[in-house]
Design a protein around this ligand. Structure first.
Ligand code: NCD
Length: 312
């Protein structure tokens, strides 16, 4: 695999392959020295034009656990502030020798554009409202780990779907694996042409709650809302929030997922986020093994995924 820009680059077969490899890397991460020599001599560059905590750290940890070198890049302290274009920045990073560039940008399509400006492989770590494929992969891995399979699961994706690249990638990934997805949101936070998505749509959370295996809550993306789309956050929480009362009406084994960062008390109650059905920390944990699998598929074809450090 040269690039990972969209879940569509993988399809069901590719997602399953990532999950199988992530099993190997999960085993590696449980070793006393959680590291393999697989990508020794390779370089992974982080090009993050938008804020990130977990995605960026997760890619960095994943690259290091594979023994790759990591080139960091922080927009706030770089020549971007002197007006340097994305293209020139990519050329600079590439000239120093990098094998993969992990890109996050507020505009949809930037990772795709970057592929034209470098010989390195490119991973989309979130582009505007468009996609965030590795988030969807780690979510598939988490569901598979907890429930055995994604196929046949009834998954509710709840909240600010309109502005969510996570929702787009998750719909593609969950439906590719055979899950039945229902989007639940106020009409103003649904995507522009939801009928073209392979999903059901409901405006009533309480109607679908008792009948699902997973509720996937999304962050209210205040930074992307330019118009008043909601009467008030309090009314949003009353109708569409994952409150303690609503969580109590789920099946006992149902999962409550959230990509983070969460607005506690807005889209999800603190008690629900920290409760036993919540998989938020597992999602973060699995993210490292899943991103190791992605980097391995891009760069490691000649080596064993789970070779031991002392066998290198
Ligand atoms: C998401 C993102 O940035 O796309 N977070 C993440 O990567 N875990 C979701 C969000 O910001 O709401």
């Amino acid at each position: 695999m040269k690039h990972l820009l969209s879940v569509k680059d993988l399809g069901a077969e590719g997602i399953n392959e990532v999950c199988r490899l992530a099993d190997d890397f999960t085993e590696v991460l449980q070793r006393p020295i959680p590291k393999v020599p697989t990508l020794r001599g390779r370089t992974v560059a982080m090009l993050f034009y938008e804020d990130s905590t977990r995605t960026r750290l997760s890619f960095e940890v994943a690259a290091r656990r594979l023994s790759a070198d990591v080139m960091g890049f922080s927009v706030s302290s770089s020549s971007v502030n002197k007006g340097e274009s994305v293209r020139d920045t990519v050329a600079t990073i590439s000239a120093m020798g990098t094998d993969v560039i992990v890109v996050r940008h507020r505009s949809a399509g930037v990772p795709h554009q970057v592929t034209a400006w470098t010989d390195a492989g490119v991973v989309n770590a979130g582009d505007g409202w468009h996609e965030h494929p590795t988030q969807a992969l780690l979510d598939c891995y988490t569901i598979r780990d907890r429930l055995g399979t994604v196929a046949g699961r009834r998954i509710v994706i709840l909240g600010d779907i309109k502005h969510s690249r996570v929702a787009r990638s998750c719909v593609l990934a969950f439906t590719a694996l055979g899950a039945k997805v229902t989007l639940v949101a106020p009409p103003t936070l649904l995507p522009p042409a939801p009928d073209s998505w392979p999903v059901d749509i409901s405006l009533d959370l309480d109607e679908v709650l008792g009948d699902c295996d997973v509720v996937y809550g999304l962050r209210m993306q205040a930074e992307r809302q330019f118009e008043a789309l909601l009467p008030s956050l309090r009314e949003y929480t009353a109708q569409w929030g994952l409150t303690v009362d609503r969580a109590a009406r789920l099946h006992p084994g149902a999962l409550i997922m959230h990509p983070g960062p969460a607005n506690r008390g807005v889209e999800i109650a603190s008690e629900v986020l920290d409760g036993p059905n919540s998989t938020t920390n597992e999602q973060v944990r699995h993210g490292v093994a899943v991103r190791m699998a992605v980097l391995y598929l891009m760069l490691g074809a000649d080596s064993q995924p789970n070779q031991r450090e002392d066998e290198a």
